[in-house]
Design a protein around this ligand. Structure first.
Ligand code: ADP
Length: 402
């Protein structure tokens, strides 16, 4: 599994049969004076885990791949790329073109390239990773797994904006949604835990990390999500503002003379939790709030209030909900966030038991009150595993067609 950013490559090597992680790592600071590679070799137990760190200049992604290949072979994980069944690449934006993962061809790459205007920061980096992987290991099949794909079932009345229709038809202006791989992964885990068919499961899933989004899932299909045409919409995030009156942008441009780039940077990098309290790290924010920092407290309250509003609206969208699912670094770890989100939701069936919420347990767990009519779950996400699973599914589907 590969996740290529503009200056990094994250990777995990899976055993295709057991889906066990054999090795994982990250090459970072590509193109900077000093690059880094962190590589973890997994044994059968956690005590067998070994971490290798190296610092050296990494000129470009091609060299990053070579380093990754070198360290994988040095540590005995694989001797040669020909031992790989496939490489699965995370691709952020699949637009309306990709509803499912695909084997990468020239045509697929061209289509992903055509979507760059919709994801100018992410798709070019993802494409670089794919390009280099194809050159580096031409004998290995490359598969693209899209962050947007799971949201492609959202109906027209939910994905269209109230703008002239021509903007959708000519410029693809619509809601796409992101974090699809994570929402899909935890939703399937929830259905298994509930003992329900996925196609008969209704869920509200909350992915709360540096980026944050919420999805409404009806009968196993996504019907709405909070991120929009870009990942800027919806919930309050680490540095992104989420939902905003669009006229504020015109007002700021008029009053301050800020240009498009400055406004873009303001809303994407200096807003959200950082804008409210000066910090975008939820761990520090909860610590400061506990010590009485009023701005940190406000950031926490605003963050949770926005989520509660979305939960209310998705309850109305879904009618019946089987479970509310928390995931992502904040969703999995910040008990205070889960407490504030669910506070007062007992009447809607989403009250949580204090001691269950505070228990220092890892892994999938239930938080609802004993008599709670629906489940409130914490489910650790695993996007890498989901990408590996989907990559294998594509190979198997292809094999059954051959
Ligand atoms: P990304 O979206 O980059 O994958 P993560 O899902 O790892 O990010 O989430 C990062 C966020 O999770 C940060 O705001 C971090 O502070 C928060 N977080 C991680 N652990 C804790 C914790 N124990 N308590 C509160 N927040 C936490």
């Amino acid at each position: 599994m590969l996740n290529s950013g503009s200056s990094s490559i994250k990777y995990q090597l899976f055993d295709m049969d057991s889906l066990a992680v054999l090795a994982s790592g990250m090459v970072e600071r590509i193109g900077e004076a000093q690059g880094h590679i962190i590589h973890k070799v997994r044994g059968s137990g956690s005590e067998d885990e070994k971490t290798i760190r190296r610092s050296l200049p990494v000129a470009d992604h091609r060299q990053g791949f070579e380093l990754m290949g070198q360290i994988l072979s040095e540590t005995g994980a694989i001797r040669h790329t020909s031992e790989l069944a496939a490489m699965g690449h995370r691709v952020v934006h699949g637009g309306e073109k990709f509803q499912a993962p695909v084997i990468i061809t020239e045509e697929v790459m061209e289509t992903i390239r055509g979507l760059i205007p919709l994801a100018p920061l992410h798709n070019p980096a993802n494409l670089t990773g794919i390009q280099v992987a194809r050159e580096y290991a031409p004998e290995v099949r490359q598969v693209a797994v899209f962050d947007t794909a799971f949201h492609q079932t959202i109906p027209e009345h939910a994905y269209l904006y109230a703008l002239p229709r021509s903007l959708y038809e000519k410029l693809q202006v619509r809601r796409y949604g992101f974090h699809g791989t994570s929402h899909f992964f935890v939703a399937k885990e929830a259905a298994v835990h509930l003992g329900r068919d996925f196609s008969d499961t209704n869920l509200i899933t909350l992915h709360l990390g540096n980026g944050a989004s919420i999805a409404a899932i009806k009968n196993g299909r996504c019907v709405d999500t909070s991120m929009g045409m870009t990942p800027l919409a919806g919930l309050i995030m680490g540095t992104r503002c989420g939902d905003l009156d669009p006229a504020i942008i015109f007002y700021l441009a008029r009053e301050t003379g800020m240009g498009l780039q400055e406004l873009d940077a303001l809303l994407n990098h200096d807003s959200g939790l950082k804008g409210i309290c000066g910090d975008n790290d939820m761990r520090r924010i909860t610590e400061c709030a506990a010590q009485g920092d009023v701005h940190a407290e406000l950031a926490l309250d605003m963050f949770c209030y926005r989520i509660r509003k979305y939960i209310g609206s998705y309850l109305a969208v879904l009618g019946r909900v089987d479970a509310l699912v928390f995931t992502g670094g904040i969703g999995e770890n910040a008990a205070i966030v889960r407490e504030k989100v669910c506070f007062g939701l007992a009447a809607l069936g989403m009250g949580i038991a204090r001691e269950k919420n505070l228990a220092a347990t890892k892994g999938l767990r239930e938080l609802q009150q004993d008599d709670g009519p629906l489940k409130v779950l914490v489910i650790p996400t695993n996007e890498e595993l989901e990408i590996a699973r989907q990559t294998i599914d594509v190979l198997l589907r292809r094999a059954s067609c051959d």
